[in-house]
Design a protein. Structure first.
Length: 221
């Protein structure tokens, strides 16, 4: 899951002599809010955002005159989760991929990132979902996996999040068995709190699709 495996060259680039007006039109045509800015056709200078352009008083000026160029980038050898973190933190719709020599290679897009994360989370794999609530101090992936595997099943996806009101950890498990009744009984026997479980046809995919939709919303498409 390295960035280099998810690079697209379909995102157009801006040059220093392009105007703010042209940049906005190009963003609108490609349904993005950010575009990379290059010098000498290959050298990466920075990233231009729609928000900053809209605050510019004179869009007829070339981009070389602007002083609000962002510096966001990622290396091709970085993990895709690092790209996710950077895009979410800075609300980026496009993340330029740049070599150690400052050469622009391509970009990672929100659409490509969400698709990759869907594969990473095994969203299309048949199975069931179990959501546990535990104290963070009691969280052990090894223990949870052992209980699942003791029922001849495997965990194919796992999410964790802190419940803000209680401070407890919510652990969402994707299991490769469509009937997880025995696994649920095992968790209960070992004093785990099973908040929800989903085993009906179609529900599993709906839940993981909801997680993907939440991710898209968080990235502010």
């Amino acid at each position: 899951m390295l960035v280099k495996d998810f690079i697209t060259k379909e995102i157009p680039v801006l040059k220093s002599f392009d105007t703010g007006e042209y940049a906005l039109a190009l963003m609108d045509d490609n349904k993005v809010k950010h575009l990379p800015l290059l010098e000498d056709n290959t050298s990466y200078r920075g990233i231009v955002s729609e928000r900053e352009l809209l605050s510019c008083l004179d869009l007829a000026r070339p981009l070389s005159d602007l002083n609000f160029i962002g510096s966001d980038l990622i290396r091709p050898e970085a993990h895709l989760l690092e790209a996710l973190s950077l895009m979410a933190r800075n609300r980026l719709t496009v993340l330029p991929v740049v070599s150690e020599d400052n050469d622009y290679i391509g970009s990672v897009t929100q659409e490509g990132l969400v698709g990759a994360m869907s594969d990473f989370c095994q969203a299309d794999v048949a199975g069931s979902i179990i959501i546990l609530e535990i104290l963070p101090v009691d969280y052990s992936v090894v223990d949870i996996a052992h209980l699942v595997e003791s029922n001849h099943a495997h965990i194919t996806g796992l999410f964790t999040q802190i419940e803000s009101t209680t401070g407890r950890l919510l652990v969402t498990l994707k299991i490769d068995q469509e009937d997880a009744s025995a696994i649920i009984r095992t968790f209960v026997r070992f004093n785990y709190v099973v908040l929800w479980h989903f085993m009906k046809n179609g529900v599993v995919d709906d839940i993981f699709q909801q997680r993907m939709n939440e991710l898209i919303h968080y990235l502010n498409i």
